[in-house]
Design a protein around this ligand. Structure first.
Ligand SMILES: C[S@@+](CC[C@H](N)C(=O)[O-])C[C@H]1O[C@@H](n2cnc3c(N)ncnc32)[C@H](O)[C@@H]1O
Length: 261
């Protein structure tokens, strides 16, 4: 089935939808990666800088650059205090604007499904990494229900409405492992990272997941106002809550890493 990729053209709405969770997964990903200090980093598909800033804060890099095709996302990245020490530039994973063997670590956070051909993107990430350096990624396990807006996708599925996500097949553990191994990386390993999502109210849950154009927002355009109210009522009665009334559930991502020969 052909799907449309989300337009990442609003870095503020992105923060409310995904940036806040990216940072939490990113922290666990960096613990797993356990990089040395004083390495040079590239963040591919850096978006509004949510993960890039984390690398800056946690990894004591010698230098860090971010690259993304969306100027709107980069505008938000450049407004962060950390941007004084991070160099952001326009570019896409399939044609990285860097020389061969430039970086010690090249990472891609929540974006491996987006390039037209992920194999080309990983080959590019290898090309710009020094021998012995690390190429790594993490991405929601979409086919297995790991993405943050999964409860809405499930409720829509129960109404016979599918919400395909661009490039989602690559995000299973099996396909990510194959992608990393076939790229020629050594010592490839994978892990699954789970996080707890918490929304302070139904409005917080709803506005976060629908505040930016994405697959569930597109699917809901075919629904009447009454059907949307039914969808919301179903979600309200089925979403798990904690003792404080916060809506809480889990999301999970697959992470892959390997060393450049
Ligand atoms: C879900 S966001 C992730 C942003 C950020 N890495 C984070 O963790 O919050 C996906 C990002 O990938 C970018 N993107 C889309 N197509 C891309 C491509 N071909 N190469 C690199 N990045 C791409 C989008 O502009 C967007 O900023």
């Amino acid at each position: 089935m052909s799907t449309t990729a989300t337009n990442f053209d609003d870095g503020i709405a992105y923060e409310a939808w995904m940036g806040r969770w990216s940072r939490i997964v990113g922290e666990k990903f960096l613990e797993w990666l356990s990089p040395a200090e004083k390495l040079s980093w590239l963040d591919v598909g850096c978006g509004n800088g949510a993960f890039t800033e984390l690398v800056y804060a946690k990894c004591a890099p010698s230098g860090i650059q971010g690259v993304d095709p969306s100027q709107e996302q980069l505008d938000v990245a450049n407004s962060r205090a950390s941007s004084k020490t991070i160099e952001y530039r326009i570019g896409a994973a399939q044609a990285l604007p860097f020389d061969d063997k430039t970086f010690d670590v090249v990472a891609m956070a929540l974006a491996i499904n987006l390039p037209p051909d992920p194999k080309v993107a990983v080959a590019e990430m290898l090309r710009v990494t020094k021998s012995g350096g690390t190429v790594a990624t993490y991405m929601w396990d979409i086919p297995n229900g790991g993405i943050t807006m999964e409860p809405i996708r499930t409720a829509l599925r129960e109404m016979n409405i599918n919400t395909p996500i661009f490039g989602e097949a690559i995000t299973t553990p099996e396909n990510m492992k194959e992608l990393w191994e076939n790229a020629g990386l050594n010592d490839v390993s994978l892990t699954q990272i789970e996080i707890d999502l918490s929304f302070k109210s139904f409005d917080d849950f709803w506005n976060s997941n629908t505040g930016m154009e994405n697959t569930v927002v597109r699917a809901m355009k075919s629904l009447s106002d009454t059907e949307i109210e039914t969808l919301k009522a179903n979600l309200k009665s089925n979403l798990p809550t904690d003792s404080s009334g916060n809506i809480c559930y889990r999301a999970f991502a697959n992470a892959a890493k390997g060393l450049v020969p």
